[in-house]
Design a protein around this ligand. Sequence first.
Ligand SMILES: *Cc1c(COP(=O)(O)O)cnc(C)c1O
Length: 443
Amino acid sequence: MNQRTAEEGRQFYEKILELMEEHHRFIASAIPLIASENVPSPAVREALTCDFGNRYAEGWPGERVYAGCKYIDQVELLAIELAKRVYNAEFADVRPISGVVANLAAYTVFASPRDVMMACSIPHGGHISHGKSKIGGTAGAVRGLEVVTYPFNIDDYEIDIDVTKKLVQDLARQGKPPKLFMLGASVFLFPHPVKEICEIAREVDGCVVYDAAHVAGLIAGGKFQDPLREGADAVTMSTHKTLAGPQHGMILSWNKYAEAIKRANFPGLLSNHHLHAVAGVAIALAEALAFYGEYAEQIIRNAKTLAQSLYERGFKVLYERRGFTESHTILVDISEFGDGSAIEKRLEECGIIVNRNLLPYDLKLGRNYMRPGGIRLGVQEVTRLGMKESEMKYIAELFKKALMDGLPAEKLRAEIAEFRAEYQKVHYCFSSLTDAYAYIRIR
Ligand SMILES: *Cc1c(COP(=O)(O)O)cnc(C)c1O
């Protein structure tokens, strides 16, 4: 290689490493409120750097088609045992490399191309992986399912069971009975009607899959609904939202579906399944077993407190009548201050990280997902950093200063960095020697 390319390579290399370190400083001094994120424990981060991540282990532990897996297999078996224990499940497959891949496995097991699948629409909290083909959703565009969205009562933010029942009967009469009923959402404020949907599904021989991506940590702590006990055939999830593990996925189910789920994952969807992440999931599940009763309870208390405090300051937090939320998430109509994209940007400049979100009534008002009328806030990460009710009131005050009082961004950013200095450790885990956002150099 000539001198010039070597020097260019070094410049790229330095730049990349510098950006990574800068990100760590940025996130350590901001208020992270994105509902799908979290900060894992130092032990989970350790797992992510271990040599498992450089190995292959196709197949099921003990039946691999590669040598060198003796320790990897033991860890994967412990992850499975822990998953079954934490969620009281007969069967667990910890191989899906993300929530979307777990959903694809479920679509493979419980439906075939051209079958009808019911799911929540995006403005009603649904996830793009449950989406129709015309919007590029995974269920429609990748698996070829015909997605029909649940009738939804936006006043109460819940699936309309009576209208759903009639719709399903109509579909059955047209020879298109839904094969799969997806539940779960990305704006998941209140438990879903799992029992009721199971009753409707049974009448047309359909199956019910509950996507717990957002609420997996709350369920692990016993503080949200228990979908398997309420009748779901399977539960899919991401392992890094309220569960606070590494970015990965998982499926829980019953023994009768075990072989079909295993086949869908391998050889269907996976070759290598990111073994360092499997180790991280195992650690997060052990932490869940020990600490998540308390963690989940504090998350929900914090979400309700933040909602109430924002509401008292004049923000339009949705669903006050239902207590705003029963989860980690709240939804706020910020349309009086600007569109979701502008508000997201303004808040980031001030040091508060949120994401814009469609409100249930946005499309009717001519708004779209790029410029929606709302923001979605999740308190799982700030709770993990040890924040409680009084800190939620302070965060509500910061929103007021940023959006109502128009304080200069630099001033707020400095105030927030100072406040954040006291919240640098991960809580609800066994050991926290290293700061939550410490950048670890091993080069
Ligand atoms: C986040 C999310 C997913 C996708 O998870 P990834 O792990 O990012 O693939 C799936 N379903 C729902 C409801 C989600 O919110």
